[in-house]
Design a protein around this ligand. Sequence first.
Ligand SMILES: NC(=O)c1ccc[n+]([C@@H]2O[C@H](COP(=O)([O-])OP(=O)(O)OC[C@H]3O[C@@H](n4cnc5c(N)ncnc54)[C@H](OP(=O)(O)O)[C@@H]3O)[C@@H](O)[C@H]2O)c1
Length: 229
Amino acid sequence: MKKLAVITGANRGLGRSLVQEFSASGWNVIAITRSPEVLKARAGSTDVLKVQLDVRFEPGPELAEALNGRPVDLLINNAVQGAPHAELGTIRADGVLNAVDVNVAGPLRLVQFLLPNLLEAPDPIIINVSSRLGSLDAQSNRDFSCLSTSYAYKISKAAQNMLTVSLAQDLHGRIRCWAVHPGKLATAMGQTDASKDPRSAARQMRELVDSGDRASPRFCSLGEQDLHW
Ligand SMILES: NC(=O)c1ccc[n+]([C@@H]2O[C@H](COP(=O)([O-])OP(=O)(O)OC[C@H]3O[C@@H](n4cnc5c(N)ncnc54)[C@H](OP(=O)(O)O)[C@@H]3O)[C@@H](O)[C@H]2O)c1
């Protein structure tokens, strides 16, 4: 039987490439998009079901119907809310809260909704697509001081990393929980020097899933070393 992956933020950027990579590799995929545009997955593919959901809201009957009671082998929380860098005096607190809603509470809502389905799978994995910019260790060492990154993004990605750790503690290895930095991607939200093709990041993500790594929690950069939390 084919494995089932649920992927958020699926209609562009890394999310779209993940849908294409996993469906082309023999997985069934539930592709979650917040907008009703046509998902450019494999043309004519019956392996990809599209569900419309803004992750700031609780999942509902549309996702339940797509799941149809099936075990979920892999959840990839990829959807992201960024924010432009701003001077301290002009940062809007509601922008920070919105990023936390999408990037932290969103993944938590998906995990809660899918938990029974994840626990039905023999060896399930939750991947929260993180960022090296969410590393408290690296940021406190000023490793990225040359980059203009918003408070909203840094704070929400650090909090998302703590969500990954908390889930791993709670789930005791029954569901492996990983925070994965995909690299500097040439996507809408990538930095100006970002050049990595999201398709190559998606392939590396699939290889990571296939690797059978038992670590949980884990914070790593695709194709590179583990990162410091
Ligand atoms: N790009 C990079 O260089 C880079 C570096 C490090 C980490 N990452 C991480 O990689 C992941 C993917 O990034 P990306 O570059 O592919 O981003 P992207 O091209 O900006 O795509 C973001 C996706 O998230 C969706 N989204 C935003 N808000 C949502 C909401 N409230 N509910 C549901 N979906 C929502 C968007 O949907 P719409 O199309 O409807 O807007 C879009 O599909 C993110 O977690 C990001 O933090 C990226």
